[in-house]
Design a protein around this ligand. Structure first.
Ligand SMILES: Nc1ncnc2c1ncn2[C@@H]1O[C@H](COP(=O)(O)OP(=O)(O)OP(=O)(O)O)[C@@H](O)[C@H]1O
Ligand SMILES: [Mg+2]
Length: 301
């Protein structure tokens, strides 16, 4: 992925962890526990690590005793990241969980840091953030899903609401049945149990869109949606909301207005500046705070 964030993030905000010698021993224990390293080889690696001035994982890989992939997984675990195997049953778009060390996820972490400063810690009244963009296929669902994973990895109780009641995708990304969801709650046919806990990703919950209703705009414009967001704010630290393309219907403005804050997404080579500006202006007129803009370089728009 080639996601650029404007303004450019302060590199000091990125979470870069350098394992200490003590941490290396824990990595050894983690690798032994996971069955990737024989206990008798831990000391051999530590000795070689000292001699060669390498990190534990590097030394183990250099000695042919460890696989790079297993070291990355142990490091991720050690530093509190969830590391899912790509075949975990969740969709393969959740790179924040399946490939937490790749450059694309580093960009998303920088975006998370920006959001923490500009949105989350700045104004507690804007507890929900709608991810919006003018056109179809610009990457809203992908970015929202991965950001939600990253917020949950910070220890924030995170809820992702799929408010795209026209072409919902979050149930697919998170491997949920998706029959019951927001549309059912707004229609009064379901309650809190429509919110799904994502067990492999602690601290993350998803309210899928549910069955596609015939009247999405009406459902979202009802006071029930605003009340729902207010009520959910009491239970979650972070609420991210996926939206449909803003140019195709009024849903995105309605959702962003209820949320109070929006993250603007633009797709490289697909979203023109005037379209983004027009949407930003519309949202501002509805009183929505645009907390930032992201240029998504890899969406298949
Ligand atoms: N940064 C990215 N890196 C890799 N793939 C991406 C990226 N952003 C989006 N995609 C891919 O592009 C496609 C469209 O993305 P997505 O569904 O998130 O867009 P959308 O704006 O939500 O579209 P829709 O208008 O259908 O709601 C998906 O297959 C997604 O996996
Ligand atoms: Mg989408």
């Amino acid at each position: 992925m080639n996601t650029q964030i404007f303004p450019l993030p302060n590199r000091a905000d990125l979470e870069i962890s350098v394992p200490s010698r003590e941490a290396s021993q824990t990595i050894g224990a983690l690798l032994v526990g996971a069955g990737h390293l024989a206990p008798e080889n831990v000391q051999r690696i530590l000795d070689y690590q000292k001699k060669a001035g390498l990190l534990f994982g590097e030394a183990g890989v250099a000695m042919g005793l460890l696989e790079e992939e297993d070291v990355q997984r142990a490091l991720a675990l050690q530093f509190g990241q969830t590391y899912l195997a790509p075949d975990s049953g969740l969709g393969n778009e959740l790179i924040a969980a399946t490939d937490p060390n790749c450059a694309a996820v580093e960009h998303l972490r920088a975006l998370r840091s920006q959001l923490m400063l500009r949105w989350f810690e700045n104004d507690a009244r804007q507890a929900a953030l709608a991810v919006v963009s003018p056109g179809s296929g610009e990457g809203r669902s992908y970015i929202t899903a991965n950001l939600a994973v990253l917020f949950s990895q910070l220890g924030k109780r995170t809820l992702l609401i799929d408010a795209d009641l026209r072409r919902p995708r979050q149930h697919h990304i998170f491997g949920l049945p998706g029959r019951i969801g927001l549309s059912s709650v707004l229609a009064g046919r379901a309650g809190w149990d429509a919110v799904c806990e994502i067990k492999p990703l602690p601290g993350l919950w998803v309210l899928p869109a549910g069955a596609i209703p015939p009247n999405p705009q009406e459902l979202l414009a009802r006071p029930g949606f605003a009340k729902l967001i207010q009520a959910l704010r009491a239970s979650y630290d972070v609420i991210l909301v996926d939206t449909p393309a803003a140019e195709n219907c009024a849903d995105a403005s309605t959702i962003a207005t209820r949320a109070g804050a929006a993250l603007m997404l633009a797709c490289r080579d697909a979203t023109s500046v005037p379209r983004v500006s027009a949407l930003a202006e519309d949202l501002r007129q509805f009183g929505v705070t645009i907390v930032g803009a992201v240029l998504n370089g890899a969406a298949r728009a």
